[in-house]
Design a protein around this ligand. Structure first.
Ligand code: G6P
Length: 606
């Protein structure tokens, strides 16, 4: 959420900053800005709207070799030019970009106002610029330290100062910052995506660290300015994985990458000899694994819904009571943390603050948490006692597709391992392994039917409001389907248990309110079909995501048949057409697929 870039070196900063910002735009895209150190001091250009609006509107002679940039997701104050970052002090000697939230901003604003400072924006960040400017310290590092000493909250910041033109000072507390080491130049960004085109030699800042960047190198410090010995490492990454290539959007590219991502998350983790999974990263021996009495899964948004699918897998395969809960609610109900519960935090970004705070709450109370996380080295991955990396590769689109698929498979592996140290037979383990191995190919089969699914999506897009319904294993599928549809099509899409329709929502069914029903070929199929009749009797249009051979009777419905797998694993295959439905509905409506309104990829504020 929000993106930071910075540069100091021998090149003109602005083109590099703008390119970096465009790579971070999925993290916040309501306004953007850059500041550079010119021969006549700091100059700032900032604007509500997208990075491209900013670059089209840059003043002439906006040149400098030290600069910072930001793309914003508004928290304090509306998205307008003034509230966009960078923020400066009154004289314009200091410029600051900031990700995170300053909790005591209101009090600090009042103190500054009483001291005669004229605050021009509604933001929490502006106070930082004034505080840096007002510090008496001799160095920029000292001024930043003084400012941060009075701040409560989370931040990743980059600061420049006209009196210290050779450097940027950056600091982190809860919001990621990565230093990129170039040839006689240094970069900084809140995400690798903005760095990899320039350098893959990087150093991750830790919470509570400050760093100075000059053209020739970087130094890291603790908050008391004692140095920390931090070396950069060179990552083995192909920068092209961060590009959409020829694809019209990242979401489209990421949907197509699902078969490969599914193969990666499974690779090396299936033990065919013993019909189990091998998850070394969990850091639990069989005795500890057997001692687990309950599994509680925590995530937000799509990660929460796939967590519900995961809970079903754990209960079915391991026969351990399991449930999923929205991480954003968890710590506010003062949860009872049990020593024999395995807590599982699930997150693509590994940064979602609600999930991170839930992890911290559990650990504070002595619970054991493992992570299902995509981004290696992210905050949640680092906080957990162990985990399963998802290996989905970078996911840029706000609407999660390939990460979600790998999350499901991660849960299947976890459930298999938990099951096989209990009563799941080797025959069942082997059956599930065979099923898992078929999944990448079956996802590819569904993706090939894009055209047929797109035709259905175009019709659904016309409805103002629609239902997604499913039962038991199918219900989290319906929830995820509705989430995806509402995120990018902006249609009101509501998920319900099919069994609950008659207890209320049936009142809303009419010929203008379609229902997408999840009807797998399982023990509930005939009951599900009964509910379809009730919808059809109220003239509700029906799209049924099902398996070949499921008899829908006389119901007038558009059916989308997906390939069968093992019943426990079917949910992920039933989810794939729902991605295509949401994608094509949004495309038909002309929406920005990767940057849905009001949302952002990594939600690092509560
Ligand atoms: C945001 C996005 C959702 C996403 C959720 C969790 O709310 O809009 O699409 O599922 O964050 O993200 P995470 O990175 O923790 O998986």
């Amino acid at each position: 959420m929000c993106g930071i870039v910075g540069y100091v070196g021998g090149q003109q900063a602005v083109p590099l900053l703008l390119e970096g910002l465009s790579r971070l735009e999925h993290r916040g895209y309501d306004s953007a800005g850059v500041a550079v150190l010119t021969t006549s001091g700091i100059k700032v250009a900032k604007k509500a709207g997208r990075v491209r609006d900013l670059s089209e509107d840059l003043p002439k002679r906006f040149a400098g070799k030290t600069g910072i940039g930001h793309t914003r997701w508004a928290t304090h104050g509306p998205a307008n030019d003034v509230n966009a970052h960078p923020h400066t002090d009154t004289k314009g000697d200091v410029a600051v970009v900031h990700n995170g939230i300053i909790d005591n901003a209101a009090a600090l604003r009042q103190q500054l106002t009483e001291a005669g400072v004229d605050l021009v924006s509604d933001t929490d960040t502006e106070v930082l610029a004034h505080l840096v400017a007002r510090s008496d310290a001799d160095t920029l590092e000292g001024k930043v330290r003084d400012a941060l000493a009075v701040i409560d909250g989370t931040y990743g910041i980059a600061v420049m100062h006209a009196d210290f033109p050779d450097r940027l000072v950056v600091a982190r507390n809860g919001s990621p910052l990565i230093i990129g080491v170039g040839e006689k130049e240094m970069h900084v960004a809140s995400d690798l995506a903005a760095l990899v085109r320039y350098t893959t030699t990087v150093a991750h800042l830790d919470d509570g660290e400050i760093a100075t960047l000059t053209a020739t190198g970087f130094t890291t410090y603790r908050m008391d300015l004692s140095t920390t010995a931090k070396a950069a490492t060179t990552l083995d990454i192909d920068p092209s994985v961060y590009d959409a290539g020829d694809h019209a959007s990242f979401m489209y590219k990421e949907m197509l990458e699902q078969p490969a991502a599914a193969e990666r998350v499974l690779r090396g983790r299936l033990d065919e000899r013993f019909g189990t999974a091998h998850l070394g990263g969990l850091n639990m021996d069989p005795r500890e694994t057997r001692a687990i009495r309950r599994v509680k899964i925590l995530g937000c948004g799509s990660a929460y819904y796939v967590g519900q699918m995961g809970a079903a897998l754990v209960e079915e395969l391991a026969r351990i009571p399991a449930d999923a809960e929205a991480a954003s609610e968890f710590r506010y109900r003062d949860p009872v943390i049990e020593p024999d519960t395995l807590y599982v935090a699930v997150s693509q970004s590994g940064e979602t603050i609600d999930t991170l705070l839930a992890v911290q709450e559990i650990r504070r109370k002595g619970g054991r948490v493992v992570g299902l996380v995509n981004v290696v080295g992210s905050a949640i991955a680092r906080e957990c006692d162990g985990g399963i990396y998802l290996h989905a590769g970078p996911e840029v689109a706000v609407a999660s597709t390939k990460a979600l698929t790998t999350m499901f498979l991660g849960f299947a592996l976890l459930a298999l391992q938990l099951g096989r140290v209990r009563d799941l037979s080797i025959a069942d383990g082997t059956r599930l392994i065979a099923g898992l191995t078929r999944i990448p190919g079956q996802i590819a089969e569904i993706l090939e039917r894009e055209e047929e699914i797109a035709a259905v999506a175009t019709r659904l897009a016309e409805a103002e409001s629609l239902f997604f319904v499913g039962r038991v294993r199918g219900f989290p599928v319906a929830r995820e389907g509705a989430q995806k549809f509402k995120e990018i099509s902006y249609r009101h899409a509501e998920a319900y248990q099919t069994s609950e329709l008659k207890h209320g929502p049936l009142a809303l069914i009419s010929e203008s309110v379609p229902t997408v029903a999840i009807v797998p070929d399982d023990e509930l199929a005939s009951r599900n079909v009964g509910a379809l009749h009730e919808i059809a009797a109220r003239r509700g249009p029906l799209v049924v995501v099902t398996h070949e051979g499921v008899d829908l009777g006389e119901v007038d419905a558009v059916r989308i048949d997906v390939p069968r797998n093992e019943r426990e694993l079917d949910p992920i295959l039933l989810t794939i057409p729902l991605q295509l439905l949401a994608y094509h509905a949004a495309l038909h409506l002309g929406h920005d697929i990767d940057k849905p309104r009001n949302l952002a990829k990594s939600v690092t504020v509560e």
